[in-house]
Write a protein that binds this ligand. Structure first.
Ligand SMILES: Cc1ncc(COP(=O)(O)O)c(C=O)c1O
Length: 327
């Protein structure tokens, strides 16, 4: 199947244009003003970066790293893409579909109970599941490495979330994409953070295009100090790979959003997510979308002039929640 031609507006000679890339996403994703939601909440200017509309399966933000990861895998002549995650991993589902789109196989090391719409999609796309047989996330990366050692040059793999310096390049390019869409710099960019690759790439990309905007990461699974160290290392690695200026350590801050538990939104966050659906037709998952939107709204309530909230997708988990009637 032919992929659509590249449509991303990239600065001529942008450093990521030198890297092998597989086109998955329809770029740029829209940047939309949520006027009805603003009116319903009585808040200031809310711009939504619509990676939920990224145009490749249900991949959301994870299509971006996969373009560069699969580009490298293909350039090395690998036949099997190996990664892993939790049962609800959006990255795993996206990886399974993306590997297929370039004729590669996919193996997924999964901790916990392998029962979710995302894994059903991955299996339907032909991925082979390798359950760790336990509930420890850390086992995944060890088993991915072991499987890669067995496969040798036939395999290409990445740890959970695809969050490596190369994977982060996808969001470095997204920073340039956003910069080209903005009429004026916002007060802050808010995005949800899991394994940290997306925000790390965004920080590296903002520094590369010299756009100084504070970034606020909504950490859903790790304490702020832990995720900050991880993100700074990933961002520095990404900048080194691109040969660009690394972001300043104070370019971003983190909010601890683990409060109600991983994947569980509070009643206020659910209420705001419901409003986003009722006023703008935006569908949000509880793990990432509802948490990040709520932080963006809090910032506007605190007086931020204009906020960009990155809607990263999470569509299949959102549909599951909706069908359970708790959305
Ligand atoms: C829908 C969604 N949003 C945000 C994230 C966080 O991205 P990252 O893992 O790059 O921090 C993920 C991670 O899986 C995700 O699936």
């Amino acid at each position: 199947m032919n992929r659509p031609a590249a449509t991303a507006r990239q600065p001529a000679g942008a450093p990521w244009t030198a890297l092998p890339r597989v086109r998955l996403a329809l770029l740029p994703t829209p940047l939309m003003r949520a006027e009805r939601l603003e009116a319903a909440l009585g808040c200031g200017l809310l711009l939504v970066k619509r990676d939920d509309l990224i145009g490749f399966g249900m991949a959301g933000n994870k299509a971006r790293p996969l373009e560069f990861l699969l580009g490298a895998a293909r350039a090395r002549g690998a036949e099997v893409f190996v990664t892993g995650g939790g049962p609800g991993s959006n990255f795993c589902a996206a990886a399974a579909q993306a590997a297929r789109s370039v004729g590669m196989g996919c193996e997924l090391v999964i901790w916990g109970e392998p029962d979710s719409p995302n894994l059903a999609l991955a299996v339907a796309a032909g991925a082979r599941l390798r359950p760790t047989g336990g509930s420890q996330r850390e086992a995944v990366d060890r088993q991915v490495a072991a499987r890669l050692a067995e496969l040798g040059p036939r395999g290409f793999g990445v740890p959970r979330g695809g969050s490596t310096p190369l994977g982060a390049v996808g969001f470095a390019a997204a920073a340039a994409e956003l910069a080209a869409q903005l009429a004026a710099p916002p007060s802050v960019i808010v995005l949800p953070v899991g394994s940290g690759g997306s925000i790390a790439g965004l920080l590296a990309g903002l520094a590369a295009v010299d756009l100084e905007v504070p970034v606020l990461g909504v950490s859903v699974s790790r304490p702020p100090e832990e995720i900050a160290a991880r993100v700074h290392a990933l961002a520095a690695g990404c900048a080194a790979l691109l040969g660009t200026t690394p972001p300043r350590p104070d370019a971003c801050t983190f909010v601890d959003a683990r409060g109600s538990g991983f994947g569980i939104a509070s009643e206020l966050e659910r209420e705001r997510a419901r409003l986003a659906l009722h006023t703008e037709g935006l569908l949000l998952d509880e793990t990432y979308g509802a948490e990040a939107l709520s932080v963006a709204v809090d910032r506007l309530a605190d007086g931020a002039g204009a906020v960009v909230w990155w809607h990263t997708g999470g569509i299949l988990p959102a549909v599951r929640t909706m069908m359970k009637g708790t959305a």
